[in-house]
Design a protein around this ligand. Structure first.
Ligand SMILES: CC(C)(COP(=O)(O)OP(=O)(O)OC[C@H]1O[C@@H](n2cnc3c(N)ncnc32)[C@H](O)[C@@H]1OP(=O)(O)O)[C@@H](O)C(=O)NCCC(=O)NCCS
Length: 218
């Protein structure tokens, strides 16, 4: 467990994690925004996210190949509707006699960190996994990725280290009526939040247009 006095968390926390962070399921129409999100990650963040140096071209190919029918992509949006955080829940092929598993990958832009977004994306992916009969949720990351390790352990994941890599596993109990309602409620809340931000954004744009015309005296 990290010591926050020794290793202070440098970005501000405008609200606590107990305040819900809205998380939406994204469809293929968000591909461009997903690409834009990844391209904003620094070289080091890309290495942490994908486990290796990841140039723009590789990211472009990865985003083009995302299969929204097979996998599930989650997103969190800021007040300007920028995709501030996103997670990819990739379903692994079913293997006879082995638990059905999915792999979770996540990234949050620098300006959104430390506000519970990563945690909310992991929570949402875990509930969705249960509701889609996944029995094991898996995160593969570099062993020096202290933040991801912290998030994984906080979620109850078991972590195994080998050759500079770490694999975190979460054994998931089956879905129940509570998990179904929880996911539906999250989705509704996230849709509502998005609609609200969209209408605020439109009204701001309208005011900017109006004020611009007034200043020009047209
Ligand atoms: C990992 C990542 C998604 C976390 O996103 P985030 O929105 O900042 O996460 P949260 O705010 O929900 O939680 C961060 C937690 O890590 C803790 N933390 C931050 N820095 C830490 C460190 N160096 N060591 C240990 N814990 C740390 C925070 O205190 C917080 O814990 P708390 O909720 O118990 O206070 C983000 O840092 C990121 O995008 N990193 C680059 C990509 C990556 O590493 N992806 C994971 C591999 S798939």
């Amino acid at each position: 467990m990290h010591n926050k006095l020794v290793n202070p968390y440098s970005y501000p926390k405008p609200y606590k994690h107990s305040v819900a962070v809205p998380v939406r399921e994204l469809h293929a129409g968000y591909r461009e925004q997903i690409l834009c999100h990844f391209l904003q990650l620094s070289e080091e963040d890309r290495r942490l996210r994908f486990g290796t140096l990841t140039p723009d071209e590789v990211i472009r190919h990865y985003v083009e190949q995302l299969d929204f029918n097979k996998d599930t992509i989650f997103g969190s949006f800021d007040a300007h509707l920028n995709l501030i955080g996103m997670a990819h829940l990739a379903y692994l092929p079913k293997v006879e006699g082995k638990p059905y598993a999915a792999e979770f990958g996540v990234s949050v832009l620098l300006e959104g960190r430390g506000q519970g977004i990563g945690n909310a994306l992991l929570d949402r992916a875990a509930v969705h996994s249960r509701n889609t009969r996944v029995e094991t949720l898996f995160v593969h990351c570099l062993a020096n990725n202290k933040t991801m390790m912290h998030l994984a352990k906080k979620a109850g994941m078991q972590v195994e280290y080998a050759y500079g890599d770490a694999d975190a596993y979460l054994k998931l109990p089956p879905a129940n009526p509570g998990t179904i309602v929880q996911e539906a409620a999250n989705e509704h809340w996230a849709d509502f939040d998005y609609a609200l931000k969209e209408s605020l954004k439109r009204s701001n744009e309208a005011w900017m247009w109006f004020l611009g015309r007034s200043l020009l005296g047209t």
